[in-house]
Design a protein around this ligand. Structure first.
Ligand code: COA
Length: 322
């Protein structure tokens, strides 16, 4: 059974945080942040606004923006997140409860910034196996609640937001082949630990904040992602020129520029969300999609390559046709 994305929607908190805010709390400046990351501003959730709330608001927007869509018959809910409100219940089960969706399996996916694409990979597989027909896939984060605001190399990066895609059965294959992979040896280069003080036998700080070895992750991303785009294209027998858009995880604009340059692909066909929302981890790809869609860029029939990568270090890529 083939599958397709029938709609995508997002929600971002209203609290807009500009780079000037960071000039007041750490030694930094607007020019450094823009030139090193591409980030102009990001959104922070309210103190009492959590990841499940962002998911529910994104799902409400999906219904409001697509009057022909409803959640009747949704049989699975997947939420990619690394910043869940709590370990249990899952974010997915809170979405199920909010919309009173009957008979839906619920699962959160912990694949960091690759969580949304992993969700699409799983949804495609579940529909292909014939066990499910209508799946909600979220990427949602409240990274600001897990940010170390004394670490100037990481705190300027992160923002909050959520995106959701409705994946349904299709006559034609609209969600094509995927790739996934992981290099777990880099576990301690990007971590968030609440309890354990060791990963891969190496000491880490279990303070509930995001720790990142920015240089290592940056280098890994540039080296890995260009190759993986090539692998994904050949797995689908599609050339780069046949793609209408590429959406890489918006981790840092310089990573996206470096990959575009390595692939000799025009930057204006790389869709991003980093400028206005910062690094929103699993939400960054649907946010980029939504920005481009509302700007009238994404059109029916377009082929889009999506590739998420992050903590693990892990990645997932997939090509979809709109
Ligand atoms: N403001 C001003 N200066 C800063 C700064 C800040 N917020 N943060 C770091 N600096 C300084 C450093 O101290 C360093 O100074 P020095 O040369 O005197 O030692 C200088 O800027 C350069 O630091 P560096 O760490 O080399 O910067 P960078 O160009 O690598 O950018 C990141 C840092 C974090 C933006 C970048 O490494 C990055 O984006 N990494 C990957 C992030 C990522 O992809 N994460 C998620 C994956 S999902």
């Amino acid at each position: 059974m083939n599958s397709k994305i029938t709609a995508i929607a997002v929600y971002t908190p209203s609290n807009r945080v500009t780079n000037e805010y960071f000039e007041k709390i750490i030694e930094t400046n607007n020019e450094w942040i823009i030139s090193r990351t591409g980030i102009k501003e990001r959104r922070f959730a309210e103190p009492d606004e959590y990841t499940s709330d962002l998911c529910i608001k994104a799902a409400k927007n999906l219904l409001a923006e697509n009057p022909d869509i409803n959640f009747d018959g949704v049989d699975f809910i997947l939420v990619g997140t690394t910043t869940a409100d709590q370990v249990m219940p899952s974010m997915a089960s809170q979405v199920q409860n909010a919309f009173n969706i009957q008979n839906a399996g619920c699962l959160d996916i912990m694949a960091a910034c690759a969580g949304f694409v992993y969700g699409l990979v799983l949804a495609k597989g579940m529909i292909a196996s014939g066990t499910h027909k209508k799946i909600l896939v979220f990427g949602a984060e409240t990274l600001s609640k897990f940010t170390d605001f004394t670490d100037r190399t990481s705190c300027i990066l992160f923002g909050d937001g959520a995106g959701v895609a409705l994946v349904e059965t299709s006559d034609q294959p609209k969600i094509l082949n995927a790739i996934t992979g992981t290099d777990g040896s880099h576990g301690k280069d990007l971590y968030l630990s609440q309890h354990a003080s060791v990963v891969n036998g190496e000491n880490i700080e279990p303070n509930g904040k995001i720790h990142q070895n920015g240089k290592v992750v940056f280098k890994w991303a540039i080296q890995t992602i260009s190759n993986k785009v090539g692998e994904l294209l050949s797995k689908n027998s599609i050339t780069l020129a046949e793609l209408d858009w590429v959406i890489l995880h918006s981790a840092n604009l310089r990573i996206i520029e470096a990959v575009a340059s390595e692939l000799n692909y025009p930057m204006d066909k790389m869709l991003t969300s980093i400028e206005f929302f910062g690094n929103t981890s699993s939400a960054s790809i649907p946010l980029a999609w939504d920005i481009a869609s509302k700007a009238g860029k994404i059109k029916p029939g377009n082929k889009i390559l999506l590739l998420g990568f992050g903590g693990g270090l892990t990645f997932a890529g997939i090509i979809v046709e709109v």
